[in-house]
Design a binder for this molecule. Structure first.
Ligand code: C5P
Length: 230
């Protein structure tokens, strides 16, 4: 189920910056945005209510990881906020992910983070004492997420094919690290263009700085959206 709108990562430090950014777009242009920890913890749930009141869709990227009961209650609170998609760490386990699903209900998408892309294979083996390859650990977490009834995972676009064959073609792959050809890569290491991401089967792409830091964010957004939709 490919989403036609690229998800814009609203990596801004405060409410004012978000308001200013969203005001650049025509009112009738309904966006899909990602609100992460920085913004959510700085501003609070109000930021989600505000963005939803403008008619935009929200992926709340808080990566929950706690005991099942706590995660279930927290997810119920996020469902009340009207988020369209949110996530947990698959490392919390199948029981935690099932509880998350129960708390959130079926009205919103629920995806899992497998291994963070900032984790190297060496770090995973040493810090987490997981004695397998990073790729195998990602696939294991993807299978566990599917088993728990989640909709999909956050992953590198390079992992999409392997994840879908380990789960199902309908299992959602949401991929950050997207850069239109010729734009600055920044701190992202393994990037893909929107059209490459479409070709390998990404369902959602997340794009931050190539839009938010562009001279003209609206034009940049439209160009990326066009490339993504082919
Ligand atoms: O600015 P940029 O397009 O790199 O932003 C990508 C967004 O996706 C950021 O909010 C970043 O934290 C997030 N992200 C990522 N890579 C992951 C998981 C999340 O870039 N593996």
């Amino acid at each position: 189920m490919r989403e036609a709108r690229p998800i814009i990562a609203l990596d801004f430090p405060n409410f004012e910056a978000v308001k200013e950014f969203l005001a650049l777009f025509p009112r009738e242009e309904k966006l899909y945005v990602k609100i992460g920890m920085e913004l959510y913890y700085a501003v609070g749930p109000e930021i989600v209510r505000y963005v939803k009141s403008l008619g935009h869709s929200v992926f709340l990227d808080l990566k929950l990881h706690d005991i099942p009961n706590t995660v279930q209650s927290a997810m119920a609170a996020l469902a009340n906020l009207g988020v369209d998609m949110t996530n947990v760490h698959a490392a919390g386990g199948v029981e935690m992910m099932k509880a998350a699903r129960k708390g959130l209900g079926e009205g919103a998408k629920l995806i899992a983070v497998t291994q963070l892309t900032s984790t190297s294979e060496e770090q995973m083996q040493s810090d987490q004492n997981i004695q397998t390859s990073l790729a195998e650990s990602v696939l294991n977490y993807a299978r566990k997420s599917a088993e728990a009834g989640l909709d999909g995972v956050v992953c590198s676009a390079h992992e999409v094919e392997a994840i879908k064959s380990a789960t199902s073609s309908g299992f959602v792959c949401l991929t950050p690290g997207i850069r239109p050809a010729g734009s600055a890569v920044g701190d992202q290491k393994r990037v893909m263009t929107p059209s490459q991401a479409r070709k390998i089967g990404s369902d959602y792409i997340v794009v931050g700085r190539p839009i938010t830091q562009a001279e003209n964010p609206v034009t940049a957004y439209q160009a990326i959206k066009e490339e993504w939709n082919g």
